[in-house]
Design a binder for this molecule. Sequence first.
Ligand code: R1P
Ligand code: GUN
Length: 297
Amino acid sequence: MLPSRSMLNDIDTTTQWLLDRTRHRPKIAIICGSGLGQLAEMVEEADVFNYKDIPNFPVTTVVGHKGRLLIGILNGKCCVCMQGRFHSYEGHHMYKLTFPVRVFAKMGIKLMFATNACGSLNPSYNVGDLMIMRDHINLPGLTGLSPLVGLNDERFGARFVALSTAYERKLKTLAKEVAKNLGYNFIQEGVYMMQFGPCFETVAECKMARTMGADVMGMSTVPEVTVARQCGIRCFGLSLVTNKCIIDENTDVVANHEEVLEIGRMRSKDTQNLVYAMTGALDLEEYGVTNNNHEKV
Ligand SMILES: O=P(O)(O)O[C@H]1O[C@H](CO)[C@@H](O)[C@H]1O
Ligand SMILES: Nc1nc2[nH]cnc2c(=O)[nH]1
């Protein structure tokens, strides 16, 4: 299913529906990855919406993705937070799974923090490391699956989107500074490869991904970042290494979602503290926010 005119109009309907129900006017969007939903609990004075109640929103089907949108204040900045995301492998068309990002753009979001759980390919990474996304490799995109396929609405952005600046340099620098101040010794910076999922990789696929320059593998984030960039939203990506990708044919150890959620819980507080401190340290004027007023006038 490709986006139609009426689906594009749905964006206006959903945006207005949300703005009519919250006094907050968020400028930052946060997406919680698998097992990282506790991030959302830091949002104060939150107006909370279940995805199933929001017109035109998809619903989450994956364990560890709660399915709530929170709009409120995080360390002094007004944010909208997705407590649970959508994935292609759930059967959502890429256009539909990135629908919230277009709504965020329409709401006036200028920055997006996308978190995810991933498996590591880089042998120097450890389970529990947090990786600042330097860049990504979009395997589905390279093979013809992009959220930007089909009708392009110029209200959102250009037909041809440059992704060489997908991840904002200033935000990567800020993350490193903040992590240093927090005393974190488990920070990496590297390349995330998205594959469609839902299967974890074969050994041969892991070897291919590593050869292609990937440090970690996951099944999300790239569609959201692609759409955000088309809309002019600046992006920061944070990957939690929840497991090591299996690169040895002679082991019976296998990746599993329970382990992903467990490591998510283990690093939950550290991830929260990093995002919280980064949000507080942001100078929103640098990102085009002239009116720092959190609320509608
Ligand atoms: O990318 P997030 O949503 O964090 O989740 C990751 O963890 C799940 C697999 O355990 C997959 O959905 C993968 O993409
Ligand atoms: N593709 C992929 N996604 C993950 N999400 C969490 N761990 C993994 C993994 O090993 N591979």
